[in-house]
Design a protein around this ligand. Structure first.
Ligand code: C2E
Ligand code: MG
Ligand code: MG
Ligand code: MG
Length: 292
């Protein structure tokens, strides 16, 4: 009796296991198909200097232009490929496309920097640096110094020694780093000292609260001071209103990204946006000069 019960259990387990494998396979197939059908695209969100109005660069953000479901965010793609070879394929596709886009903008006289988000398991592949080097070589017109790799702060904390070595090897190729979602990863002074990222990006959850939440304000102030002490650039993420912009400038954080400046947009919209942005900034500068 007990034995047959056990066999039954095993049987049930196997069916579920098969189902799980099947689903994982189907999910990956969906992403692979979308990738090869050209349904995956990169949107670009500008990062600006709030004081000068200058465009510092743009962050490439993955989108799925789904034939039935419309425009889908990265949360509909990234979890389906987590820790698979396809994640690496996708990550390399993003790098190649971002570089190709930088070349297009260069031809239009815009030497903008572009930031690419790198998933931690991709970054941890033993051949990451060599592959990055190969990809950079396919685009010799674009200086590697214009490419910034964004690594989640939380992922960077996992294996500090290895992380540091990997980052230095990439930096030897000319690329730079930003620690993304900074403040969410239990950072401390010593961590930042050991990670050679040129930039830290303050997580939007803190930035959003600076106008009404005293704790968020304290945190953002502390991160800005930390960045200054270690000679890193600091970018505020998730800046949604003019009031946020004013407060950030007051706190000494000049670099910002967020819906209040621009939403992520298709590559083709960036040049027209940049022209409008420059005109708006110039008009505001004239108004301010007149007021003084
Ligand atoms: P992230 O790198 O921290 O990117 C910022 C996210 O905040 C983006 O969401 C952006 O659209 C959103 N955002 C920007 N400004 C505002 C704002 O003012 N308010 C609000 N509420 N949100 C704002 P998105 O595009 O959905 O991306 C989510 C995350 O997915 C990214 O967070 C990044 O971790 C990841 N991701 C996106 N593209 C890629 C990619 O190509 N590769 C990898 N590995 N990860 C990616
Ligand atoms: Mg990012
Ligand atoms: Mg972020
Ligand atoms: Mg994020």
């Amino acid at each position: 009796q007990a034995k047959s019960f056990g066999r039954n259990q095993l049987h049930v387990f196997d069916v579920q296991h098969d189902h799980a494998v099947q689903t994982q396979h189907t999910r990956q197939t969906r992403v692979a198909r979308a990738l090869h059908a050209g349904e995956l695209v990169l949107y670009y969100q500008p990062k600006v200097n709030l004081r000068t109005g200058e465009i510092i660069g743009l962050e490439a953000l993955l989108r799925w232009q789904h034939p039935q479901e419309g425009l889908l965010g990265p949360q509909h793609v990234l979890p389906l490929v987590e820790d698979t070879d396809l994640q690496v394929e996708l990550g390399e596709w993003v790098l190649r496309h971002a570089l190709a886009q930088m070349r297009v903008w260069s031809d239009a006289g815009m030497g903008w920097e572009v930031s690419v988000n790198i998933a931690a398991p991709h970054f941890h592949r033993p051949n990451f640096v060599q592959r990055l080097k190969d990809i950079l070589h396919t685009c010799p017109e674009v200086s590697p110094a214009r490419l910034e790799l964004e690594i989640l702060e939380s992922a960077a904390l996992e294996d500090m020694q290895y992380m540091r070595r990997m980052m230095q090897s990439c930096q030897a190729l000319g690329v730079r780093f930003a620690l993304d979602d900074f403040g969410t990863g239990f950072s401390s002074l010593s961590y930042l000292k050991r990670l050679p990222a040129e930039t830290i990006k303050i997580d939007q959850s803190f930035v959003r609260g600076i106008l009404e939440d005293g704790d968020d304000l304290t945190l953002v102030k502390a991160i800005v001071a930390l960045a200054a002490a270690f000679h890193r650039h600091v970018v505020a993420e998730g800046v949604e209103t003019a009031e946020h912009c004013a407060k950030l400038l007051e706190l000494g954080c000049e670099r910002a990204q967020g819906y209040g400046i621009a939403k992520p947009m298709p590559a083709a919209d960036v040049l027209p946006w940049a022209r409008d942005h420059a005109a708006r900034h110039a008009a505001r500068a004239v108004q301010e000069a007149a007021r003084r």
